[in-house]
Ligand binder design. Structure first.
Ligand SMILES: [Zn+2]
Length: 254
C-alpha cells in the first residue's frame, strides 16, 4: 500500500491541499492525510500579502514542494515529527527565520534526543532506531504574544501553551476575513488533547493552556494531526475547557 501511495504522490511534484484563502497543507503523515512521509505532522503554509510562514517542519524525510521560499518557520514544539525537518529547511533556504518556544530552543538547536523525548519515542516504536534528529542551530526563541506580520492584514501571534511539552506554542492567525488557530499537539478536534508519559508533559500546565485557548476567537482549527475544522472551531476549544472545568482532563489522542 505504501508503494501505491508513493506512486500517487510522486507524480504531482509537491502535494498540497488548499484549506483557506491563506492556508495550505503541504505535508501530512500517517496520523493525518498520508500526503508525505508517515512520520510527518501536518505542515501548513500561511501566505500573507508580502511574506509566508510554515507552521512546523515535519520529520525531515520529506522534501516540501514549495514554489517560493517561506520567510518564517514557526515550530509548535520540539518533538521530531514537528521539528525534525527544521535543519533541512534552514539549509535549503538560508534566509529562513526558524522560531520556537524558548524552552525547546536548546533541544532543537543541539538535536537533544532526550530533551525532545525522541529516546522514548524510539523505545515505544514510534520512530525507527536509525531515525536521526538533525540539529538546527539557527533556531531562535519566539515569546508569548509575539506577532509575525505577513502583510495584507495576515498576522500570526504566538500563544504559549505548555503541557504537551515544555516550550509548546500555538499560533493564532488573523486575516481580514476569518481567524484560525494552529494548535500543534495541544488541542485536536472534539476537544481532544495529547497526554504522554514524557519528562515534560505536565497536566496542571496543560489545563491552564486549554483555558487560555478557549478565550481565543477562532473560525478554523488546524491541529498538528488528525482532522482539521474549517468553521465554528470555537466549539473544539470550548469542549476542552468545559471538561477541565468539571475537574477532568479531555480524552487523549495518544
Ligand atoms: Zn508532540
Amino acid at each position: 500500500m505504501s508503494d501505491r501511495r508513493a506512486g500517487i504522490a510522486a507524480g504531482t511534484g509537491g502535494d498540497v491541499v488548499r484549506l483557506t484563502e491563506h492556508v495550505t497543507l503541504v505535508a501530512s503523515g500517517a496520523d493525518g492525510f498520508d500526503l508525505s512521509d508517515p512520520l510527518d505532522c501536518h505542515v501548513y503554509l500561511v501566505r500573507g500579502g508580502r511574506h509566508s510562514a510554515l507552521i512546523d517542519a515535519g520529520a525531515g524525510r520529506t522534501t516540501l514542494g514549495l514554489a517560493e521560499p517561506p520567510g518564517h518557520l514557526l515550530l509548535t514544539h520540539g518533538h521530531a515529527d514537528h521539528a525534525g525537518g527544521a535543519a533541512a529547511l534552514a539549509e535549503r533556504w538560508p534566509g529562513l527565520r526558524v522560531l520556537a518556544g524558548a524552552e525547546a530552543v536548546p533541544w532543537i538547536a543541539a538535536g537533544d534526543e532526550r530533551g525532545i523525548s525522541l529516546d522514548r519515542g524510539k523505545a515505544a516504536g514510534a520512530y525507527p532506531d536509525d531515525y536521526a534528529f538533525a540539529p538546527c542551530p539557527t533556531v531562535a526563541a519566539i515569546g508569548d504574544g509575539e506577532e509575525i506580520d505577513l502583510g495584507g492584514g495576515v498576522v500570526l501571534r504566538a500563544v504559549a501553551t505548555p503541557g504537551h511539552a515544555d516550550g509548546h506554542m500555538c499560533y493564532h492567525l488573523r486575516t481580514p476575513g476569518y481567524r484560525a488557530l494552529f494548535s500543534g499537539d495541544c488541542l485536536f478536534t472534539g476537544g481532544r488533547i495529547s497526554l504522554q508519559n514524557l519528562h515534560d508533559c505536565r497536566v496542571p500546565a496543560y489545563a491552564a493552556s486549554l483555558a487560555t485557548l478557549a478565550t481565543l476567537d477562532v473560525d478554523a482549527l488546524f491541529p498538528g494531526h488528525h482532522e482539521v475544522s474549517l468553521a465554528r472551531a470555537g466549539r473544539h476549544l470550548a469542549a476542552a475547557r468545559d471538561t477541565v472545568a468539571r475537574g477532568l482532563m479531555p480524552r487523549s489522542t495518544t
